[in-house]
Design a protein around this ligand. Structure first.
Ligand SMILES: CC(C)(COP(=O)(O)OP(=O)(O)OC[C@H]1O[C@@H](n2cnc3c(N)ncnc32)[C@H](O)[C@@H]1OP(=O)(O)O)[C@@H](O)C(=O)NCCC(=O)NCCS
Length: 344
């Protein structure tokens, strides 16, 4: 028998946890009254159907990279690490409009970790949970000690202001987390998945190539350019989110061995306040568990919504460091990711 050479396996930390979280909210507030100048609706309809009173839309200087750097700076400071210690930069976004390079590289450069692996992931409103799962795997697998996970969106760039079904929902912003090694479990099993049969219920109206082909300026065929936007079939999304996502949230609790009454916070993706309320009922969440309701002032910021809501709950004192939080993201794909995490 020959002595086959053996590969030394990578060795990582026993567990991982979120060590710091930070957010960035654009300066410009868009109240419902401004939305009413674009669509035929009412403040009351928007509030009762979505729970949204205002949202933030980014200005020209508040780029995907700029908002990410601001949010990440806060997460890094809370984690108390040097940016050079960051072993990977994972950016969840669907609104970085340049195909390549990944915006993660610019963010890594600006933060001071220009040699770290850096890449973007496209998992819409589940992006933060997907990123967290990757970070947990990297840290326990030994390929990074600290991972920066960012959820960032400029959904205003892909919002058709004349579309009644989406114009009032979306907002812009960035949320970031530093995930690092831990002696105790800080991230439960991430329950993630998709329902690809519903891939078309939330999508961009036109792919960039067909959008450009429609562009008279490019092909001389006439001026019928329409900038792509996000289109959503609201009712199937609503039904799926309420019925299927409550089950996924319960699976995340069960996998972590945690019961709803042990939670210090429930932080669902800020999709729609009515979806949140229906999930609370389906999960039989005790009234004593504080629930993130950041959507009221922030709108639906897709990948950014969970870390933004987490930061707000910690800053306001609604939840505290060391508490267990159930997070669940879900959206275009359709895709989802849920987990119980220890708050930083
Ligand atoms: C988008 C959403 C709020 C629409 O609510 P809805 O109750 O499904 O609304 P419908 O499309 O069935 O329309 C109901 C009525 O409201 C009207 N309506 C639709 N949009 C309106 C608006 N912006 N303002 C006022 N009225 C509106 C419709 O015309 C319809 O009127 P009718 O009953 O006289 O025909 C809802 O479907 C939703 O929240 N879906 C989930 C979306 C979501 O969270 N997406 C993010 C996932 S990441």
């Amino acid at each position: 028998m020959t002595d086959a050479p053996q590969i030394r396996p990578a060795a990582g930390a026993a567990y991982s946890r979120i060590l710091g979280v930070g957010g960035y909210r654009p300066v410009r507030v868009i109240p419902n009254t401004e939305v009413l100048t674009w669509i035929d609706s009412s403040d009351e309809w928007i509030r009762t159907r979505s729970g949204i009173t205002e949202r933030r839309w980014a200005g020209p200087e508040e780029t995907v990279a700029e908002m990410s750097v601001q949010a990440a700076g806060k997460a890094i400071a809370q984690a108390g690490i040097d940016p050079a210690q960051i072993g990977a930069v994972v950016v969840a976004t669907v609104t970085h409009l340049k195909q390549t390079p990944a915006i993660a590289t610019e963010i890594a450069l600006r933060l001071g970790c220009p040699t770290a692996p850096a890449f973007d992931i496209s998992a819409a409103c589940a992006g933060f949970g997907y990123g967290l799962n990757l970070a947990d795997g990297m840290i326990r697998g030994g390929s990074a000690e600290y991972v920066l996970v960012i959820g960032v969106e400029r959904l205003s760039d892909l919002t058709d202001k004349s579309d009644r079904s989406t114009a009032f929902i979306f907002g812009d912003g960035a949320g970031a987390a530093i995930v690092g090694p831990s002696d105790t479990p800080g991230i439960g099993k991430v329950i993630w998945g998709s329902d690809a049969t519903q891939k078309d219920v939330i999508s961009q109206t036109e792919a960039w190539d067909t959008a450009f082909a429609l562009d008279g300026a490019v092909n001389g065929a006439g001026d019928d350019t329409k900038w792509p936007a996000l289109r959503m079939d609201g009712q199937p999304v609503f039904r799926w989110a309420v019925w299927e996502m409550a089950k996924v949230a319960q699976q995340a609790l069960d996998a972590a061995g945690v019961t709803a009454d042990q939670l210090g916070a429930f932080i669902p993706h800020q999709a729609n306040m009515r979806i949140t309320d229906a999930m609370i009922k389906a999960l039989k969440l005790p009234e004593s568990v504080p629930v993130a309701r950041d959507i009221a002032e922030t709108g639906n910021t897709s990948a950014a919504s969970i870390p933004l809501a987490m930061e707000r709950m910690l800053e306001s004192g609604e939840a505290k460091s060391g508490d267990l939080a159930l997070i669940i993201g879900f959206g275009a794909g359709l895709v989802y990711a849920a987990a119980v995490v220890t708050l930083p």
